[in-house]
Design a protein around this ligand. Structure first.
Ligand code: COA
Length: 220
């Protein structure tokens, strides 16, 4: 078992040799990522020291809405508009299912392992088979306990296990706690993208600068 998997105990891993074909740029030659078996599909449940991360279900809509997606303070720096009705949260869950269908992974909910209480969300949003973006959101009562950092480290580990090469995150330049989480998580600042991204809850209709942080998977 590769070191990254140590964090993710308790899940049934469907480990297969993943072969990239020409469609992914290997010019027709079968290629086993880093010479190792990579996960074909992420586990639906991951365990870290203090957290349970799991694939969202349709029944989670109300709790997500109540805990964080409708909270103006929590969603202030996020890239999606605060939800004003649970219908919007259900739309997110449909998108989540589509992501899981299309890619090796998608969004995860962050929960307490003892009673599955919802704390927040994270995940991998694939852009190509080798590149994904990540992020994190926590309900207010879960802030300041290192949970975002713990969830981010789990996403790094998963990204490596899925054969990703680049995992990155973008955030609002003045959002110090989030930048600090990325720095604690071993992400490197790559630069500022000027007038790049709309933060719909902060400055609707106006593109703001963003800082981009990335983590590159170590070569095997
Ligand atoms: C940002 C957020 C994810 C942080 O989650 P968290 O679990 O409280 O984060 P952690 O406890 O792992 O780490 C936060 C770190 O930022 C530090 N911090 C807090 N305020 C800070 C500030 N103003 N300047 C610098 N660092 C700050 C904390 O001290 C802590 O670092 P430490 O462990 O070295 O003391 C959480 O506040 C949140 O969900 N906010 C709303 C959603 C959001 O903005 N997500 C990020 C979008 S880019």
């Amino acid at each position: 078992m590769r070191p990254g998997l140590k964090l993710l105990t308790g899940a049934a891993f469907d480990v297969r040799i993943r072969i990239y074909v020409s469609a992914f740029g290997c010019h027709g030659k079968a290629n086993v990522i880093r010479g190792l078996a990579a996960l074909d599909k992420a586990p639906k449940t991951l365990h870290t020291e203090r957290l349970l991360l799991r694939k969202p279900k349709a029944e989670d809509a109300e709790e997500i809405f109540e805990r964080y997606s409708s909270d103006a303070e929590v969603t202030k720096y996020l890239g999606w508009p605060m939800h004003t009705s649970v219908v919007e949260t259900r739309t997110f869950l449909e998108w989540s299912d589509a992501e899981w269908e299309r890619w090796p992974a998608g969004p995860y909910l962050i929960c307490t392992p003892a009673n599955d209480r919802l704390l927040g969300g994270t995940g991998l949003a694939f852009e190509t088979p080798f590149r994904a973006t990540t992020g994190y959101v926590l309900a207010k009562d879960a802030w300041g306990q290192g949970y975002a950092t713990e969830a981010l480290l789990a996403m790094k580990s998963l990204a490596e296990d899925l054969g990703l090469k680049r995992l990155y995150a973008m955030c609002y330049p003045q959002h110090r706690p989030s930048r600090h989480v990325l720095e604690k998580g071993g992400f490197q600042l790559e630069g500022t993208l000027r007038r790049y991204f709309e933060f719909p809850n902060l400055h609707p209709g106006e593109p703001d600068d963003v800082v981009s942080y990335a983590w590159i998977t170590p070569d095997a």
